[in-house]
Design a protein around this ligand. Sequence first.
Ligand SMILES: Nc1nc2c(ncn2[C@@H]2O[C@H](COP(=O)(O)OP(=O)(O)OP(=O)(O)O)[C@@H](O)[C@H]2O)c(=O)[nH]1
Ligand SMILES: [Mg+2]
Length: 359
Amino acid sequence: MRLGIIGLPNSGKTTIFNALTGSGYPTEAFSSGQLEVHTAVVPVPDAWIDRLSAIFKPKKTTYATVTYTDIGGLDKGIGEGLSGPMRNELQQVDGFLHVVRAFANDEVPHPQDSIDPVRDLDVIDGEFLLLDLIAVENRLERLAEERKKGKGANQQQITQETALMERLHAHLENEQPLRDLDLTEDEIKQMRGYGFLTLKPVLVIFNTGDGSPDPVANLNYKHKHALVVSLQGQLEAEIAQLDDPDDVQMFLSEYNIEKPSRERALQLSYNLLGIQSFFTYGEDEVRAWPIRKGATAVEAAGTIHTDLARGFIRAEVVAYQDFEQFGSVTEAKAKGKVRLEGRDYIVQNGDMMVIRFNV
Ligand SMILES: Nc1nc2c(ncn2[C@@H]2O[C@H](COP(=O)(O)OP(=O)(O)OP(=O)(O)O)[C@@H](O)[C@H]2O)c(=O)[nH]1
Ligand SMILES: [Mg+2]
């Protein structure tokens, strides 16, 4: 799963990228305006995996990961439409981290010359709405042409897709992002090929400075598949550069911070994607596996290996909380907390699973 970091020039995208990924890409007070892309894969912090690892002492501990891509240079593309490579980058990610400047810094020019996070949030949101609207209009024109050509077999499909596109059109004209719509699995599948930008989930990150007001407090941003947080980007990026946990502790107490917001932002961005983790455990490896919410036991098996799905017999499942309460799988079993589940069982976040299979 991949999240793209977007935002106005100089909002602190690269700074936030560095904070989340521990990278050290240079941040500059003057935006080059060029398409510039950095990517990093980051393990998702997970206290349950930490605990399982401490108990099983496996040779290897594997966290779920999210890939972050810092997409710089959006300003040049917007307005006259996007360049091909930029469009590609935006369409290919599974969701967005939208960085909005809330910090004051006279040395860093703002493209609109004043600090106004709510306005800025609306600028990019508005551009994305417009881009989707144009895409829908283009598709509607094409559909109308196809209908005129009138190849009989397709007519029904054309009518159906036209109805869907008209619904999207009305919604976008109302300035509502597509992620707010209630869509069926079928409709989502039909729309997948278009890479609609406002359909993708979004985590809005207000990049606040030391002492700058927190815009979240009086923000009205009620959308589905959208979350909002504030992060002191520059400070968090500096913390992410420290290797020694003692240094981190010193740094935190100096700035009166309880714990880095980085972890919370990573977890939020993982949840945002509609995924959760199930665990496998043992002497060799303790591992978190990302899986979509609502997935079944046989899908979970297939995530681990196709053979496990093909030869699936049963899943032996214990919820992490039960394991924790009873201290071991054996104890949990004695208390009847280890269940044998079939292929259609809906996997729950934190399920510890052993797949029984036969190939
Ligand atoms: N005071 C302060 N300055 C910041 C903060 N975050 C970023 N900056 C500064 O703002 C400037 C731009 O930051 P970048 O992270 O490069 O911003 P960007 O959005 O990646 O910029 P482009 O990719 O060029 O559009 C740099 O000089 C940063 O040091 C912050 O939280 N506080
Ligand atoms: Mg940048």
